[in-house]
Design a protein around this ligand. Structure first.
Ligand SMILES: Nc1ncnc2c1ncn2[C@@H]1O[C@H](COP(=O)(O)OP(=O)(O)OP(=O)(O)O)[C@@H](O)[C@H]1O
Length: 337
């Protein structure tokens, strides 16, 4: 059953036109000329209860605008939007009970209070029963490993600790949908891993729908069943990660190999040399199936293997994936929305 339903949704921002030149500032203040930006340009999709969806797009694609409309903060210019059968901006109070929100940059925790005090406050605001509250706090403290800092003031927490507390807070009232904006940005590998595991587990156990924005491909691979890619306010892809990989011909990996001494020319049958600085060579492995082992076998088969000092492997960036998806899907005239 659809918990989010969006049909031909448009959001246009109107801002005063800025003039340049010596009197530009004064003219800008008194002018009635406007500039219109279509942040969301006729998007339609629906999300079912329990789905986990990555909402991806380059900077300025309209992701935050969409989440703000879904949470009732912004009023759309036109089109239909429903969350759990209600129009969010007209029913902000009811919608607030149904959703949990984690915006990486903006905290919902009280800065000077211990984490547990923010949880207590949330309990009263959302009228959570004592037994539900105790069970959930105990569960989240354990799963998110928060025992060592739950009694500390928020201002003393590391970014990773704060993010775990933010996620726990957003889930305390058992929302039906959890919106997350860049939940793992700036975190170390272990913190990212713990948060992804927790979100996956909570999604499967409680059937909470998840909609998240991220620039990290691993967030998508480990949390999301479905991806919606937006570009210039329009949806260019809606499907799962396997489908996306198929559409763009696989997700390439960039491998940087550092040698003790320059080994000269090196070539792999399934890779392009994209940068050669002598002792440091960067390759793009194409149409790689995601198996690190076969990639490592290719690298280990080179004659100068004992000269290798270091190897680093990176996925294509989300921006590159989005660009590739956009180019391929447009060329094939197969935009899936
Ligand atoms: N309050 C506003 N007034 C005018 N224009 C805005 C406003 N908020 C956003 N925009 C514009 O709308 C477009 C979409 O912005 P939005 O913040 O939704 O994108 P985004 O995909 O979330 O970007 P990012 O990844 O950088 O956070 C951008 O061109 C942005 O400049």
């Amino acid at each position: 059953m659809a918990i989010i339903q969006i049909n031909q949704l448009v959001k246009e921002y109107r801002t005063n036109k800025r003039f340049t030149g010596s009197f530009g500032l004064i003219k800008s203040l008194f002018s009635s000329e406007y500039v219109y930006t279509r942040a969301v340009d006729g998007i339609s999709f629906s999300i079912d209860a329990g789905e986990s969806v990555g909402y991806l797009g380059p900077n300025g694609a309209g992701k935050s605008t969409m989440i703000k409309m879904l949470t009732g903060i912004l009023v759309p210019t036109s089109g239909d939007i429903q969350v759990d059968g209600k129009v969010p901006y007209r029913n902000r109070k009811e919608i607030a009970r149904k959703i949990g929100v984690v915006f990486g940059q903006r905290s919902q925790l009280w800065w000077d209070l211990p984490v547990i005090d923010s949880f207590e406050l949330h309990k009263h605001i959302y009228n959570i029963s004592a037994s539900d509250y105790n069970n959930r706090v105990n569960q989240y403290v354990e799963l998110l490993d928060m025992a060592s800092f739950v009694h500390k003031p928020v201002r003393q927490l590391s970014l990773g600790q704060r993010m775990r507390a933010e996620i726990a807070l957003a889930l305390l009232h058992h929302p039906e949908i959890l919106f997350l904006d860049e939940p793992t940005i700036g975190l170390d590998v272990i913190a990212k891993h713990n948060i992804r595991n927790f979100l996956r587990q909570i999604n499967q156990e409680t059937n909470v729908a998840i909609m998240l924005t991220t620039h990290d491909l691993k967030d998508i691979e480990e949390i999301c069943d479905r991806i919606i890619i937006v570009n210039h306010g329009q949806a260019v892809f809606d499907g799962d990660i396997y489908h996306l990989k198929k559409e763009i011909g696989g997700i390439n990996k960039q491998v940087t190999i550092e040698f003790h001494v320059d080994p000269g020319e090196i070539a792999f049958p399934n890779a392009l040399l994209i940068c050669d600085e002598g002792v440091r060579k960067k390759f793009e492995f194409i149409h790689h199936d995601g198996e690190e082992n076969s990639l490592m076998r290719s690298i280990m088969s080179i004659p100068n293997v004992e000269q290798i000092k270091d190897i680093s492997i990176e996925d294509m960036s989300i921006e590159e994936i989005i660009h590739q998806a956009f180019v391929n899907l447009t060329q094939n005239s197969k935009i899936r929305v």
